[in-house]
Structures are given as structure tokens and as C-alpha cells.
Design a protein around this ligand. Sequence first.
Ligand SMILES: [Fe+2]
Length: 347
Amino acid sequence: MALTFTLVEGWRHLLDLCQVREDESVVLLHGDASYPEHVAAAKLELARIGAPTVMLQLGESARRPKSGKLIALGPTALAGNKAAIAAMKAADIVVDLFGMYRGAEQHEIQAAGTRVILVKEPPETFLRLLPQYDDKRRVEAAKRCLENARTMHITSKAGTDLRVELGEFPCLTQYGFTDQPGRWDHCPSTFVAIWPNELSANGTVVLAPGTTILPFKSYVRTPVTLTIRDGFIRDIAGDFDAQYLRDYMASFDDPEGYAVAHLGWGLNRNARWTTLGLQDKFQTNGMDSRCFYGNFMFSTGQNADIGGTRHTACHLDIPMQGCSITVDGQAMVIDGDVVADEQKVRA
Ligand SMILES: [Fe+2]
């Protein structure tokens, strides 16, 4: 997609939601993989606002994969880059078109009060799923259902029956824009999630055909049954898709990769689970799948980001259709339809 007036308007809308003012300093972080149309459109809009902007292009990552090891999640060119980190800590907002790893450097930047908005999807997806102000209200209503809860129970007609305990860790909200000091968000987005208490997840999760596994960026075609005991996946059963998942996870040689991580549901009415099948894998970050309305997003891996004990490079996001979610016995999602956020807003 070329730079268009529509894309510039999209950026105007996003930067408006992020409340970028002319007296704020901005870092526009980008790298070789950033969409040049986004770089150009964001730059134009920041110039229109009149906010002093630094274009910060990161060099190549210093990390080297160990022979035969995958890097799914881990430090990037930002790791140990004192000049880049100092520039971002000094800014009011970072527009991140690079995709900084959500690890120590990002926390340091946020702790300095800098707000961060990440944009990694291509212009077409960015415009189609552009956040609206009301998304924040709906996401925060869902968060109010979750933040003081003690239990979550997920079921599905395909056979999922998973129970977890809550309370040790905070909620993750993504409404697609960043409007408070220190807040990180991802555009496009719109979902709510929470990490279960360590060792508390028990039951079965069935990945029915149509389930998306990220980072594979592909759909499950044959059912996969995950047996979960005391917080960890203990068995992965099924045909080809189970074998693929088993071998992928085993390649990390890391027991912590099997832990149940953030769990939540999507709230974006414009996102579609089918979109992923229409896109080239390198064209998308999979946000349609992560946030489509009424999904149940199951995940595995680290929880150190939010104060837990697990550090692992193996991380899977697995959005599913047609699940039901109850929180402290109250229905949030029934058969893939969100029933809680609107009720809470009316109350
Ligand atoms: Fe995740």
C-alpha cells in the first residue's frame, strides 16, 4: 500500500486518541522491518501537530541464536542500547514501529513515565481495525469484571474444561491507544487478559479446527487436546497438529514454556478470525486473531513481565472460537459471544 491520505488520516485519529500535544517530545522508533508507509504517515502527522520528534532507527540486533535454537521471544536491538533507551525515557511518547521486546528495557522506559504505542500491522489492517474511544470504555468494563476475581472457568462444546485461580497477577488491557503516562498499548487491539496464579490451572483445553496458533500463524485442522495439571501442559494429544505443536515446544527444551500464561477474551467487533488465512505470514502480526470479538485467548510461557517466576522464550498465543468463560461464576462470554462488558457498562 502506498502512502495515502486515508492512512495519514488514520494516524491523525490514533495520535488524537493518544492525546499527543505540540508541547510533547516524541520518539518515532523504527527499524528495517517497519512499514515505510507508517513511518511516513506518522512523521507527517507529528509535523502537523508540531510535536518535536526524533526519528530513532535501531541497528542490527547483537543477539545471536544458539545453534539449532529458535528465538521466539527475547531481547532485540534495544537490549543494552543506552542511547536509545535514554532518548525514549526522555520522551513523552514513543511511537513504536519497530516492536520492542516487552522486557526490561520497555519497563524501564514506561517507568520513566513515557507512554508507548506499538503499531506492527500493515496499513490495511491498521485502518480496518482503527481503535475508537469507546473501545477503552468497553475494555475497562471487562477489566472491572476480572481484576478482583478469584476464579475463571472456560468450557467449549469441543471439550475444553479449564479452571484457574486468580489474584496473584494484574490484568492486561489493550484498547489500541495510549493516553496515560507510562502506559503501553498496541494498535490495533482491544482485549482483556489476566495471568492465572502459578500452578493453579487444571483441566483440558481442546484446540478445535479453526483455532489459531501464534506464532505459527496457521489454523488447527485436526483437534488437539491439551491436558493441564498444576499450571502446566502435561500432554498434547491428537494427529498432525498435535505432533507439530509438541515438536515446536520441545525444541525450546524448557519446561517453563509449558506453563499456562495470560487468559482472556477479545472485544474488537471489526476483527475476524478468518483474516489470517488471507494474509501472507510476514504481512501480519496476527492481531485480527488476538482480538476478534468473543474469542478465548489461551496462552503459554513466561510471566516474569508481570512479576511471576517464569522466564522462557517459548510463548504461544492461541485464540479460539466458540468458548464460554465465567469469572467467579458470572458469564463473561457464552459460546463465543461477549455478554459481560455491555452489561457492566449499563450497570
Ligand atoms: Fe501473548
